[in-house]
Write a protein that binds this ligand. Structure first.
Ligand code: NDP
Length: 293
């Protein structure tokens, strides 16, 4: 293997420690403990695992944490009322609605996310925070792309003046990644499903971010030798040795690309671990913003 392995656990530990220190400062200054509420509607098993991990993250750092479990049959009005209650609860500084919502509520997803007080929007999906990120103001920033940027910085991988290529233009990963890289003075190209000659573009990247949602999509012929390759993808494929199980793989063909790249994140064990650490950071930032008001 030629590439340096960027293991999420080391960076996640550093980012959690940072959040823990900032939380201590808040407790000392305001006598208040940062608090996070996570709303989950319905019984999606993957979402339940994510919510449990978020609660665990809070417990580790001594945050106040509230899990709000609502049934599959929850109406738009009931969900909005719960968000309204949490918006007005001074113990809660961060509110997160776990996505995806059950089918019946999906048409209201934008309305639901916009009902969250922008100062408590720890997912960074509210248009106010999106606008603040784009215009370079202090914002609550989506956890996954922010975690990627912090990892690059902590790993000492230069961003300024480099050519960064992002594959994927979702509101959750690709677009915020574009703005975060721009704010660090990278030259950024964003690619998507209609991009022509994708490999020619990705081969120019000093930093290549894959957020496609397609298993092992990025192959060695798409990677510039020595590039830093950040794999955001989380894909389940049939397990090669056991038909009763599945296997987690990223959007990058890790085994082959690690022979070409200069640095690479594994899946599992890479970017995924940073998301919760960044959620803890956002909860602290949200608490600071509210208490300073
Ligand atoms: P989306 O499905 O919302 O976006 C995928 C993007 O990939 C789209 O912009 C799409 O283009 C683009 N794309 C699809 N096919 C191609 C192709 N053949 N060539 C080039 N671009 C293509 O996914 P997300 O951004 O939400 O997530 C991406 C991945 O990251 C998923 O695997 C997801 O599970 C994972 N993820 C991981 C997180 C973590 O914590 N680690 C958090 C969030 C996501 P177009 O816009 O044209 O359709």
């Amino acid at each position: 293997m030629s590439a340096k392995l960027l293991e999420g656990k080391f960076f996640a530990a550093a980012l959690k420690e940072e959040a823990g220190k900032k939380a201590e400062e808040i407790r000392n200054k305001y006598g208040v403990n940062p608090g996070l509420a996570v709303i989950i509607v319905g019984e999606n098993p993957a979402s339940q695992v994510y919510v449990r991990n978020k609660h665990k993250g809070c417990t580790e750092l001594g945050f106040y944490s509230e899990g709000v479990e609502m049934p599959e049959t929850t109406t738009r009005e009931e969900l909005l009322a719960e968000i309204h209650r949490l918006n007005n609860d001074p113990k809660i500084h961060g509110i997160l609605v776990q996505l995806p919502l059950p089918k019946a509520l999906q048409p209201y997803e934008s309305e639901v996310l916009e009902a969250i007080d922008p100062l408590k929007d720890v997912d960074g999906f509210h248009p106010v925070n999106v606008g603040r990120l784009v215009t370079g103001q202090k914002a609550l920033i989506p956890c996954t792309p922010h975690g990627c940027i912090r990892m690059l910085e902590l790993a000492g991988i230069p961003i300024e003046g480099k050519h960064a290529v992002v594959i994927g233009r979702s509101n959750i990963v690709g677009k915020p990644m574009l703005h975060l890289l721009l704010s660090r003075n990278a030259t950024v190209t964003i690619c998507h499903s209609r991009t022509a000659n994708l490999a020619e573009i990705t081969k120019q990247a000093d930093i290549l971010v894959a957020a496609v949602g397609k298993p092992r999509f990025v192959t060695p012929d798409m990677v510039k030798p020595g590039a830093a390759v950040i794999d955001v993808g989380i894909n389940r494929i049939p397990h090669p040795e056991d038909s009763t199980r599945t296997k987690l793989v990223g959007d990058v063909d890790f085994e082959a690309v690690k022979e070409v790249a200069g640095a690479i994140t594994p899946v599992p064990g890479g970017v995924g671990l940073l998301t919760i650490a960044m959620l803890m950071q956002n909860t602290v930032i949200a608490a600071e913003l509210q208490l300073a008001k």
